[in-house]
Design a protein around this ligand. Structure first.
Ligand code: AMP
Length: 185
């Protein structure tokens, strides 16, 4: 079974790499941002609650995202594993995920930190042009990433689950580094 968690700032290339690897390994790419954006588009109860947070670059309340992840990880297509992209984003979410995996009798995941300097991610996000990619919202997302999500680097480092990959290379080079890594683990 392959269970991978992608960490990395917004714009680090998590989504692209997670999608490529998921196709390669034939396991689902589970992006909490994608699930939230489609819930917002379809105006589901979750989407209506999440919209203002996503639009302004703030974290959606953890209970909502945690319920969503718990439900998603129980679907049949996860039997060979999964790649999580965008979750966990806080230490509380990581603790929730640890407990959930225990409850499901699954071991921990391999955590990949895609490391990219700040000035590079801002440039990439401005080029991407998603609705929540305005300069002000980007700045807020980066601040929240620094304060809420970077503590996960220590959290998973202490648990010996963490691998750091240089994300400041071409997408092809990053993919090749990731494939080497997953083959050897
Ligand atoms: P992303 O596509 O991962 O950049 O996520 C886009 C937005 O979805 C974020 O700015 C948050 O508003 C929300 N979001 C995604 N994942 C989470 C999460 N794990 N916890 C809270 N909010 C999240």
């Amino acid at each position: 079974m392959t269970r991978i968690i992608f960490l990395g700032a917004p714009g680090a290339g998590k989504g692209t790499q997670a999608q490529t690897l998921a196709e390669h390994w034939k396991i689902p790419h589970i992006s909490t941002g994608d699930i939230l954006r489609s819930a917002i588009k379809e105006q589901t109860a979750l989407g209506v609650k999440a919209k203002s947070f996503v639009d302004s670059g703030q974290l959606v309340p953890s209970e909502l995202v945690q319920d969503m992840v718990e439900e998603r990880l129980q679907k049949a297509d996860t039997s060979s594993g999964w790649i999580l992209d965008g979750f966990p984003r806080t230490v509380d979410q990581a603790t929730f995920l640890d407990n959930l995996l225990k409850k499901m009798n699954l071991g921990g995941a391999l955590v990949i930190n895609l490391d990219v300097p700040d000035d590079v991610v801002v440039g990439r996000l401005l080029e991407r042009g998603r609705k929540d990619d305005t300069e002000e919202v980007i700045r807020r997302r980066l601040e929240i990433y620094r304060s809420e999500t970077t503590p996960l680097i220590d959290y998973y480092g202490e648990r010996k689950q963490l691998v750091v990959i240089n994300g400041n290379q071409s997408a092809e080079e990053v993919t090749s580094n990731l494939k080497d890594l997953t083959v050897s683990c």
